[in-house]
Design a protein around this ligand. Structure first.
Ligand code: AMP
Ligand code: MG
Length: 391
């Protein structure tokens, strides 16, 4: 049995290799750039008016003759002499001969003449060519998570596709004779299968789209076949259940039989002790305990960081905060505890119903309190580490 830190250190060594994929910019939300993006154009591409007003050559004159009009999208570069003005609108091309735009609020218009009421400083109200970014300059760095602003920015540079970290494809293999799909009346001795939909939701929250679910009975041969199938063409295999020491737990043998290398098995923690982690070529395997709360905790603490690293995220672990405990916690077991809890401002309270078979407490918690194996007791007001559950 290894410690939580040892298990995390092993997982942190991976992946050894990252994959990229070219995607359309409109499909790239929340994905991470795999390479630097350089601007293919100057932005703005030409001198633009920043105001509705009049483009002029800056002078001391007080009266100008309006000779032409330039609205957004027009391409004529009007020639103008001193004391001539071009009526101009926001975003329109500023004629090369003009160096200043006067806001329309600062002139009085009379027929084709304008009387200046307030002359701005020279060069005012003109966005320079390449003011935001010039051709060939770095637009966004490798490792940038593409939020909506980044997508808008790249779109304004005319970028249509980007190279991003490939999000892993994931197979979920659920094991158990007792499992029945929701939507039918429960037979005696059966329970509804809930881990696959829960894990799928957790994966989707992290932007994973390629998810397959396979169900198998507690049968060694069938498990072996299903593991083989699930290992093919998937970056991550999540197995649920069948990894304990019961007579009908066949997952470990089925994995080893399929040449998955065991990297660790069993962690000194509660819940989730029987977590198994292994690797076959570039596929990573987490055999999660079947108890729903254990499965989810193992997913958050161990699977999610690897998954997020594969997606290119630098902050791949869930965020930790320190809070004051509103509860007494006893830990005589010398195991690391992950306790479902509710954090409100700087106080955190343990919720009732910590059993690894129970999800109802989980559904109401926003953090897991992590009590390390050496801490035997936490008293009210003591500081504890909380792992935030929102990604
Ligand atoms: P196991 O790890 O296979 O021994 O399962 C431990 C407990 O979790 C048992 O009570 C199982 O019935 C339950 N369990 C296993 N898999 C699932 C699942 N997919 N959905 C809901 N409960 C499960
Ligand atoms: Mg089972």
């Amino acid at each position: 049995m290894i410690s939580v830190q040892q298990a995390l250190d092993i997982i942190d060594r991976f992946p050894n290799r990252f994959s990229s994929v070219e995607v359309k910019l409109q499909d790239a939300l929340n994905l991470v750039l795999f390479e630097d993006v350089f601007s293919p154009i100057n932005m703005p591409p030409f001198r633009q008016s920043a105001m509705d007003g009049y483009a002029i050559q800056y002078s001391e004159a007080e009266k100008f003759t309006v000779i032409e009009e330039s609205k957004a999208g027009d391409s004529t570069n009007y020639t103008l002499k001193p004391t001539e003005a071009v009526r101009i609108f926001t975003g329109a091309l500023v004629p090369d001969h003009a160096d200043t735009v006067i806001m329309q609020e600062h002139v009085e218009r009379e027929d084709q003449f304008i009387q200046i009421q307030k002359m701005p400083s020279k060069f005012a109200n003109i966005r320079k060519t390449g003011e935001q970014i010039k051709t060939g300059e770095l637009a966004l760095k490798k490792g940038t998570k593409l939020n909506e602003a980044a997508i808008g920015f790249l779109a304004c540079l005319g970028v249509t596709t980007v190279s991003v970290y490939k999000t892993p494809s994931v197979a979920i293999l659920v094991t158990g004779n007792e499992l029945q799909q929701p939507g039918t009346d429960l037979e005696i001795g059966k329970i509804y299968e809930s881990n696959s939909v829960m894990l799928k939701a957790a994966l989707q929250k992290s932007g994973i789209k390629d998810i397959k679910i396979i169900a198998v009975k507690d049968d060694y041969d069938a498990t072996k076949i299903c593991v083989k199938k699930a290992l093919q063409a998937n970056d991550i295999l999540l197995v649920s259940g069948g990894i304990s020491v019961g007579d009908y737990d066949f997952v470990k043998e089925a994995l080893l039989e399929n040449d998955v290398e065991e990297l660790f098995y069993k962690i000194n923690q509660k819940p989730g002790k029987p977590l198994w982690f292994g690797k076959k070529e570039n596929t990573y395997v987490f055999a999660l305990p079947g108890n729903p709360a254990s499965a989810l905790t193992c997913f958050y603490i161990y699977t999610l960081p690897l998954l997020r690293k594969m997606c290119g995220f630098k902050n791949n672990h869930l965020q930790k905060v320190i809070a004051k405990s509103k509860s007494v916690i006893k830990n005589p077991s010398q195991k690391t505890l992950f306790l479902k809890a509710y954090l409100e401002s700087e106080f955190v309270e343990i919720l009732q119903g910590q059993s690894s078979a129970m999800l109802y407490t989980y559904a109401m918690s926003n953090v897991l309190i992590c009590v390390d194996s050496e801490t035997a007791e936490v008293n009210i007001g003591d500081e504890v580490t909380c792992i935030k559950l929102d990604v």
